[in-house]
Design a protein. Sequence first.
Length: 311
Amino acid sequence: MPNQPHNWGRWGDDDQQGALNHLTPATVLAALGAARDGRVLSLAMPIKGATSGPAPSTVPHLAGRPLPQHFMSIDGGDYAAGARAAGARIADDALVLSPHGTTTHMDALCHMWAGETLYNGHPAARVRSYGAARLGIEHAAARGVVARGVLLDAAAHRGVPHLRATDRIGAGELAAICARDGTEPGPGDVAVIRTGWPRVWAADPALYRSGQPGLAADAGRWLAERDVVMVAMDNAAIQGLDGDGRSGEDVEDDLHLTLLWRNGIHLAEMLWLDRLAEAAAEGRRTDFLFIAVPLPIEGGTGSPINPVAVL
């Protein structure tokens, strides 16, 4: 059992949904009130895959991760070549996707742990080659995330287009952003934190891979104390990454362990938040209705998502 404050046992010994338990019917109904204008913004980056060609490499991704592959099993060329009969015509495709580090996605509670136990004491041995028999992403998919979102724009707070790879956002900075905006994430909310880092990819992919800005350890604990249900960011790992693509924190300070493992708080990574930031600046409001539903991949450690903000 972790020795820091945690949520193990808070919702029963068999719990597999973690902080999503905060999303009661009353909480969800209250969150609907954060939608005032009816404008809907997607917060996802595009998924580009190809069996050949550069398409997948045009979207931000971490080095060494399997890129999306998009196959066409039936396409217009089959009809042009006479391989398919005339009449009604169809196109079929297939997409092979590893979400972690390659596209906008949500981490399941089985994605990371320490020792021999997953979140809430579930045995880590139940994560097998065919998937996780405990805490798979299907448990999050069963209810989805419909919550109030609160934007904490660290790049705007510092007055820069994007943070530097070495920048870390501490608890004090999050508190200062909340004080400036007059809105603070609380129980049942999604904390949406912008670094601006995806902007770097188009200009310099090598710089994008040289490290990434992210949260400092105390920021993760600050968010956990506020009982948020999810932390969603535009970087690839929530915490910052060093030049070798790893985080420098130990087990006590690693943010995946603080949030996923200790507190059952789901993570969403690699969002595109620039349009949301622009809309927030125009309307001078930083809260909105946040909706994200992962695919019900049984035993999955994560899933692509298309999160939306309803302003």
